[in-house]
Design a protein around this ligand. Structure first.
Ligand code: DP6
Length: 327
């Protein structure tokens, strides 16, 4: 049987996918817009073979938790169903970023697994079909299939819920600079968080605002209006965290390092460095600047107490095949 390897990027959501209208199919309550990241990558090799007695999964040289393994095997089953192949698989995967920083994103992981497994099974899926399939493994993975600026459409069925490119990577010279303070793993998976989102008294209020927010993001990206884009980016991040903080059980993702940097963002802006933040379900903070300000921001970040790592991402390429197999 053929062996296939895929490289997939992580992505950062400008408008967050949080809460679902169907938990099994992973259909989100709202559409979302993201940027594919150039420098946070997962590489995965898959081989189906009659020689394998069971599915075996290795990530960064080690095993994975039972829950995670089940999710991967379920995804391999989806590919087996589509292709008619019954063989077990060997899956080896590695990230280009340090393990345990909370960046081990399911988005790049499931996007890479989707392309590698379908190619190994002899399928040649379109971007749309890859996005639909990746979504079922991890919602945000459907956006990592595409390059540049991406929209996950707000639709009601599995076959229509996928992501499309809205602008190519070279449309806008901006960067997402990720500041890493601690290397702790987050304690609650986003899967659990999504299911409880509706328990927040503010969830409905959030949802009615999302269509307009997505429309505005597309307009500001089209106009390359960094100031308006950045203000909306922060507003949306804070509204999203208002949900996680008020759902039951509540989820607090920020650490002191996250908060210090959020507050500093405004100080830096007052001093003339135009920078805006967003934060996902982890302690790492994503700082957006125009290309001309990357160096200045990085030098400010290096001065901070406890900063462990800084990763600069530009709008990146989507999921692609590679000839460099991991086994
Ligand atoms: C806050 O895609 O990780 O990053 O579908 O359960 O795998 P699952 O959830 P996941 O959720 C991402 C949540 C988010 C926002 C976003 O990326 O849109």
């Amino acid at each position: 049987m053929k062996k296939a390897t895929a490289i997939a990027p992580s992505n950062i959501a400008f408008t967050k996918y949080w809460g679902r209208k169907d938990n099994i199919l992973r259909l989100p309550t709202n559409g979302s817009i993201s940027m594919t990241l150039s420098d946070l990558l997962t590489t995965t090799t898959v081989e189906f073979s009659p020689d394998y007695q069971k599915d075996q999964v290795t990530i960064n040289g080690g095993g994975i938790e039972e829950g995670e393994a089940k999710r991967v095997i379920k995804h391999l089953d989806r590919v087996r169903n589509l292709s008619g192949i019954n063989f077990k698989a060997k899956v080896v995967s590695k990230n280009n970023f340090p393990a345990g920083t909370g960046l081990a994103s399911s988005a790049s992981g499931f996007a890479a697994l989707t392309l590698a497994a379908t190619a190994a099974a002899g399928l040649n899926l379109s971007e749309k079909d890859l996005s639909i399939l990746a979504r079922q493994g991890s919602g945000s993975a459907c956006r990592s299939i595409l390059s540049g600026f991406v929209e996950w459409l707000d639709r009601n069925t599995s076959q229509t819920s996928y992501a499309v490119q809205i602008f190519p990577p070279d449309w806008w010279d901006i960067a997402d600079v990720v500041a890493i303070f601690t290397e702790e793993k987050k304690d609650v998976s986003s899967n659990v968080g999504h299911k409880a989102a509706q328990t927040s008294p503010f969830f409905k209020t959030r949802i009615v605002r999302m269509k307009e927010k997505n429309r505005k993001f597309k307009e500001f990206i089209k106009e390359r209006n960094f100031d308006k884009f950045g203000q909306l980016l922060e507003q949306e991040a804070l509204e999203f965290h208002a949900i996680t903080l008020t759902q039951t059980p509540y989820l607090i993702y920020w650490t002191p390092g996250t908060l210090t940097t959020m507050k500093l963002t405004r100080v830096w802006r007052n001093e003339g460095l135009e920078v805006y933040f967003t934060v996902d379900t982890g302690q790492n903070i994503h700082l957006f600047v125009e290309g001309k300000n990357i160096k200045k921001l990085v030098s400010e970040l290096k001065k901070l107490d406890g900063i462990k790592n800084i990763i600069v991402n530009t709008p990146g390429e989507g999921t692609r095949l590679s000839g460099n197999h991991l086994f």
